[in-house]
Design a protein around this ligand. Structure first.
Ligand code: NAD
Length: 478
């Protein structure tokens, strides 16, 4: 049985109700979490406020940095344990779960070093004045986290927020919160004061909504679907609470005729099968220039056919999807594609030993997908790649920008001038040239435009979002 983590202690929820934890690899329950409600959230917010007022806001930036560094080291000492937890809870193949745990340690390391480097400015003004600016913490920040990368998203938003001087109340996804409950314990063990990091588990429409509406939350960082992002922003607007929204994507990989095909192939496969395609920045649309379209699809089809899907512990190319409803969602997309006559180039293989009760989906490569079809417009959130061809740069830009999303773009060409022209013309928060994702890049600011959200997390830039700027004008005469 798992409990909320509030003020460095395990708390049973006020409702006395629980939610089963399901292993996606076999569809079986193996634990329970608390089904939190507004009372639990209020308790966590009070504990956070008390910590902020009495202790956290009085620490120097250097002291905060040392605490974050200690937690980074403690996470690094528990990589194996966190990997095992995440593998079972999220169905992540071992290497992917481990990469998330390593990234979590790295986020705390990066932001530990950033704590005492968040400088304000002095501003030249009229004679007789000195004007300066300070980056002040919001106070208590709320973090609503999805199930696809719990540790990475916790790392990027909670570490940055603590570094900026805030304390945190976290609402993880009801589908994946075990690793975060353990990380919060590790923080308490290594000296974080009671109330600095609080975790309240439960359903989004119950405890998530309570967080969004709680007047004690001074800033909300939401990562999740555009639909829920809208609800969060509406709730926050009622009390003018600032919000960072990290939402979905339908990101294009744009491959020109002159691209290095040997570099393109593994990157295109990885960008759609990593975490079984359940990645906000998945490269889910493949736009290929006409001359390379047939040869690229032929080689890519052979790679897709060889992909193996199975239980997380087998550490194959692809693990299960998170839950049965996600599997059904992917099936619906594929059956719509079949009805529309969209050709399937190739599909991977689910291994025979995968339990029937697990949520498996073979990766699928589809071609000639019409730009207006939902497969080219909507986030599938599964290992399904939609390929289409383009004529020239203008056509590529038109296709790339023709969705509601704008999170990430990949551009593959050896032509340097074209790299820069394309990077300017595609509308997305990140652009990768001759690579996709730059291996994660804790240092690299991340976030979207259009329905992919607003605000930036990761990198030093995140600290600005977790602070508010105060301008101080001092009149001292001559
Ligand atoms: P979701 O929107 O269903 O849930 C996200 C979180 O919001 C969960 O903790 C959930 O419990 C909570 N929630 C649900 N309803 C709520 C409500 N009414 N009020 C408050 N909270 C509520 O998303 P998901 O299915 O968990 O995650 C997948 C989505 O997240 C995809 O769209 C994906 O692209 C997006 N995502 C974006 C990024 C990014 O950085 N841009 C990263 C990861 C995932």
């Amino acid at each position: 049985m798992q409990f909320h983590f509030i003020a460095n202690a395990a708390h049973e929820g006020a409702s006395g109700r629980t939610i089963p934890v399901i292993d996606p690899s076999d569809g079986q329950p193996f634990d329970v979490i608390q089904r939190g409600n507004a009372d639990d959230m209020a308790l966590a917010v009070r504990s956070a406020r008390h910590c902020y007022d009495t202790l956290w806001s009085k620490l120097s930036a250097a002291e905060r940095g040392r605490l974050l560094m200690r937690l980074s080291a403690r996470i690094a000492d528990h990589i194996d344990e966190l990997t095992d937890i995440e593998q079972r809870d999220c169905g992540k193949p071992t290497r992917q779960a481990r990469a998330d745990a390593v990234a979590l340690a790295r986020y705390f390391e990066f932001y530990a070093g950033a704590c005492d480097k968040l400088h304000g400015q002095t501003i030249p003004y009229q004679d007789g004045y000195t004007v300066l600016t300070w980056h002040e913490p919001h106070g208590v920040t709320g973090h609503i986290i999805p199930w696809n990368y719990p540790m990475q998203i916790f790392g990027r938003s909670v570490a940055a927020s603590l570094a900026a001087g805030n304390v945190c109340v976290v609402k993880p996804s009801e589908d994946a919160c075990l690793s975060l409950l353990r990380v919060a314990q590790l923080a308490g063990e290594c000296g974080f004061p009671a109330g600095a990091i609080n975790i309240v588990t439960g359903y989004g429409h119950e405890v998530g909504e309570a967080l969004a509406r709680d007047a004690g939350i001074d800033h909300i960082s939401f990562t999740g679907s555009p639909r829920v992002g809208t609800l969060i922003q509406q709730a926050a607007a009622e009390r003018h609470c600032p919000v960072t929204l990290e939402l979905g994507g339908k990101s294009p990989q744009i491959v020109f005729d002159d691209a290095d095909i040997e570099a393109v192939l593994p990157a295109v496969v990885n960008a759609i099968v990593q975490n079984a395609g359940q990645t906000c920045s998945a490269g889910s649309r493949l736009l290929v220039q006409q001359g390379l379209y047939e040869p690229l699809l032929e080689r890519l089809g052979a790679l897709f056919a060889n992909l193996r899907v199975g239980p997380a512990a087998m550490d194959l190319d692809v693990g299960p999807l998170i839950r049965a409803s996600q599997q059904q969602r992917v099936w619906d997309f594929l059956s719509d594609a079949q009805v529309a006559g969209i050709p399937m180039v190739a599909q991977g293989q689910i291994v025979d030993s995968a339990p029937d009760s697990g949520f498996y989906q073979a990766p699928a490569l589809l071609r000639d997908v019409p730009a207006a079809h939902r497969l080219a417009q909507e986030e599938v959130f599964g290992p399904v790649l939609a390929a289409m061809s383009f004529r020239d740069e203008d056509h590529a830009v038109a296709l790339a920008n023709a969705t509601q999303f704008g999170l990430v773009s990949g551009i593959w060409t050896r032509d340097g001038a074209r790299q820069l022209r394309m990077a300017r013309r595609v509308r997305s928060g990140q652009v990768f040239i001759n690579n996709y994702g730059a291996a994660g890049g804790v240092e690299l600011p991340f976030g979207g435009v259009k329905s992919s959200g607003h605000g930036r997390e990761k990198g030093f830039e995140a600290l600005y979002g977790f602070t508010t700027l105060k301008t101080v004008a001092i009149r001292h005469g001559h």
